[in-house]
Ligand binder design. Sequence first.
Ligand SMILES: CC(C)(COP(=O)(O)OP(=O)(O)OC[C@H]1O[C@@H](n2cnc3c(N)ncnc32)[C@H](O)[C@@H]1OP(=O)(O)O)[C@@H](O)C(=O)NCCC(=O)NCCS
Length: 153
Amino acid sequence: MSSIEIQPLASYPELVEICAAWNLNEFGASEDCGLEELTSALRGIIEKDSGELALIAHYDNTPAGFALLIDCDLESHSHLKPWLASLVVARAFRGKGIGRALVAAVELAAAKRGDERLFLYSSTPDYYRPLGWQFFEDLKKEDRRFEIMSKTL
Ligand SMILES: CC(C)(COP(=O)(O)OP(=O)(O)OC[C@H]1O[C@@H](n2cnc3c(N)ncnc32)[C@H](O)[C@@H]1OP(=O)(O)O)[C@@H](O)C(=O)NCCC(=O)NCCS
């Protein structure tokens, strides 16, 4: 039977660059944030003891996706905290429940440390609604429309 395992990315530092590349492929680079900057931001998360967390999913022992629990994902909304961010499942592994497992693992990690509410922003909010996430606020960013969502833990 196939298995999905979610673990701290800190246990797999050699996979940080792959996660940064997945992130870049899905969400694109910006002028001041390319592969090198993303890799170093992820290294910062896994090396510091700040409470922020990066999780990696393995599907049958193959790296398949990752997600973050971070303090701030939107400078404009730094009053909201914490955030589920950078949820990405590698294309070959989609539709197997890995995304849902990563969302659940981030929620659990946040609840365990005492967070009562979690936020995210997404251009595909319909993915999160069946997972118990609710509309919080509309967001326009770089001429694109997003939804800020929240979930009570
Ligand atoms: C969105 C994403 C994380 C889903 O990962 P996944 O492992 O394929 O998702 P799961 O297998 O857990 O869930 C699949 C379910 O979600 C649904 N789904 C997938 N993408 C969806 C979307 N964009 N909108 C609505 N529903 C979606 C599928 O139809 C499927 O539904 P079903 O179980 O009723 O058949 C993955 O497609 C991805 O990495 N996309 C690119 C980055 C991204 O959009 N990240 C999230 C938004 S910020």
